[in-house]
Design a protein around this ligand. Structure first.
Ligand SMILES: [Zn+2]
Length: 360
């Protein structure tokens, strides 16, 4: 049975506010190009590009054109139900932030008993997420619909033959103003690395050798310095055996008590498997971070590449970086042996480069 199409517009942006104040029109004969990004799981990117060609045929008479400027392979964690916010954050942080609109083709199913939907539109984040129930034929319609949506503030907008004509008419009558084109493209310039920062660390060890600890920090430091101009410096290394019961607050406080000097962040390495305490998660974390405290812990029972990746991953969380879905990125929620810094992660770390963690 075919699903009823419903569309949700989480945040209708005021694209058309102050319309009366706009006077300067772009020459109506010139074509307005809308720059797109595609974040995709599996091989549906080719299908999307085909649909894009067809969509351009529809848009051409109205002097509109869509162009694919960036393609990012992504991997979205499998969940029973997706939180729209998590999805959008994970996708948006995987891509650069300089294009007009971001389409995502996902393998999972967005529908729930309540919503029965297969697309999420969030215009504030310039994002449309399309799930696997959307077939090739519908893809083209969705592209056209979402482009039209850039020109409307209507909260719920389902494209039909009739309103499509109506909207196109509106667009061509009211013309595309310079103001609109500015609002479509919010360019975020690449953030400069700025001054170097030295991030001091106190480390607690639970059955882990000092040598391992030093090696991990040294390698992370190289990575962070190269990418962000952040040097990691070990202030002190302390034996903080965990015993048989793990408690994040307890381990954190033990390390604070053991430390002779204060440091920016605190890390515990443990050579035990704490998976029994890690329920209710879609993946089994081998480390965790508490961004407010500036504290994280990492298991060392795994292969070193994974442990190293996890140290990089958790430190990025301490700087406030959220998970991303870009394939092979350091901040993917799953395997932490990845190397790639996603554009969104880079931005957050550089924005928070001089962050301090206040403790009382
Ligand atoms: Zn994480």
């Amino acid at each position: 049975m075919k699903k009823i199409i419903t569309y949700i517009l989480i945040a209708a942006n005021s694209l058309f506010l102050n319309r009366s104040a706009e006077k300067e029109d772009i020459n109506n004969d010139s074509t307005r190009t809308i720059d797109l990004c595609l974040a995709y799981e599996n091989d549906r990117d080719k299908e999307f590009e085909e649909a894009l060609k067809k969509a351009n045929e529809t848009l051409k008479p109205y002097n509109l054109k869509v162009e694919l400027k960036e393609k990012d392979p992504i991997q979205i964690p499998t969940k029973k139900q997706y939180s729209h916010n998590d999805l959008i954050t994970g996708i948006r942080n995987s891509c650069t932030d300089t294009l007009d609109h971001y389409f995502t083709l996902m393998t999972g199913d967005l529908s729930s008993k309540k919503t029965n939907q297969y697309i999420i539109s969030n215009m504030r984040n310039k994002t449309t997420i399309i799930d696997s129930d959307c077939n090739e034929e519908l893809l083209e319609k969705i592209i056209v619909q979402e482009i039209l949506r850039l020109f409307t503030t209507k909260k719920e907008f389902v494209l039909t033959e009739e309103n499509m004509q109506e909207y196109f008419k509106k667009i061509s009558e009211e013309k595309i103003t310079k103001k609109h084109s500015k609002q479509f493209t919010k360019h975020t310039n690449e953030i400069e690395k700025g001054k170097d920062r030295t991030l001091t660390i106190n480390m607690g060890l639970d059955n882990v050798s000092e040598e391992t600890a030093r090696r991990l920090i040294e390698n992370s430091s190289k990575n962070y310095y190269e990418n962000f101009g952040i040097k990691l410096e070990l202030k002190g290394i302390y034996q903080t055996p965990i015993g048989t019961k793990f408690g994040r607050d307890k381990e954190y406080n033990n390390l604070i008590d053991a430390a002779k000097e204060k440091s920016d962040i605190y890390i515990i390495l443990t050579n035990q498997d704490w998976s029994q305490f890690k329920k209710n998660s879609y993946s089994t974390p081998i480390g965790q971070a508490e961004p407010y405290k500036g504290f994280c812990w990492v298991e060392t029972i795994h292969e070193e590449k994974m442990v190293q990746g996890t140290v990089n991953h958790e430190i990025a969380h301490l700087f406030g970086a959220p998970h991303v879905y870009l394939k092979n990125a350091v901040l993917t929620p799953q395997a932490h042996n990845q190397q790639r810094w996603a554009p969104g992660t880079r931005k957050v770390i550089l924005q928070n480069k001089y962050k301090t963690w206040n403790r009382y």
